[in-house]
Design a protein around this ligand. Structure first.
Ligand SMILES: C[S@@+](CC[C@H](N)C(=O)[O-])C[C@H]1O[C@@H](n2cnc3c(N)ncnc32)[C@H](O)[C@@H]1O
Length: 210
């Protein structure tokens, strides 16, 4: 996976252009309403979304691609970026008020998806918020290619993704308070002028104190 993303960022640079996802503006509003000051962004890529967040919050990104991080340091100098895998221990004992995670969750198989979510929960302050987006089962790529696991397909040769129903997404965040769940159409304007539309689901949850 690391080689794949290093290659892509090397060849394509800011793959999805400069415009952040509209979900980041939704997240900013909710984070502000909840007095969030610090945000962790797992799989921060070249900083497409951290740049919008870092105008309002203290932001740290964790990213496995060193090429992605080099681009991000230029594009979003206000955020801090760490090289590492979200599947390992994320950043010591540091805690954040919120997590924003755009289109990373669907890149993993079941065991790793739960690992990512649990690692993020561990980094949250009490009553912290998480905003995740992922591919919806209503997206046109769902069911395309070889089936790898329930709901997961190799929709491009050598690349698989998990496509979430609403129930499946809720189940992944079991034990957390669900604040909002919904669907959003993400239109990506690629660097090479291609325009692609993806149907995503998003979920906003709060960590419950136990
Ligand atoms: C689909 S891209 C989304 C990038 C970013 N969230 C955005 O919207 O611009 C997935 C990103 O997650 C990173 N990534 C994939 N697996 C990872 C892992 N295990 N740990 C940290 N980053 C990872 C990739 O290098 C890539 O930058």
């Amino acid at each position: 996976m690391e080689g794949y993303w290093n290659d892509r960022f090397n060849k394509e640079g800011m793959i999805w252009g400069e415009v952040p996802s509209k979900t980041v503006y939704h997240a900013i509003q909710i984070f502000k309403d909840n007095n969030v000051k610090s945000v962790l962004v797992p799989g921060s890529g070249y900083g497409r979304n951290t740049k919008a967040l870092s105008a309002h919050f203290q932001v740290e990104g964790i990213e496995m691609s060193h090429t992605g991080i080099s681009l991000a340091l230029n594009w979003d100098p206000k955020s801090n970026f760490f090289l590492g895998s979200v599947l390992d221990h994320i950043s010591g004992n540091k805690k954040y008020d919120a997590v924003y995670c755009f289109d990373l969750l669907h890149l993993f198989l079941e065991r790793e998806r739960h690992k990512l979510i649990n690692n993020c929960i561990r980094q949250l302050n009490s009553a912290g918020l998480m905003y995740f987006t992922c591919f919806s089962n209503e997206d046109k790529n769902n069911g395309v290619g070889r089936k790898i696991e329930d709901g997961s397909y190799e929709y491009i040769e050598g690349k698989f993704a998990h496509f979430f129903t609403e129930e499946d997404l809720m189940n992944h965040f079991d034990g957390l308070q669900v604040i909002e769940i919904g669907t959003v159409v993400e239109i990506l304007q690629y660097n090479d002028n291609q325009r692609k539309e993806y149907i995503l689901r998003y979920i906003i949850v709060r960590k419950l104190d136990r």
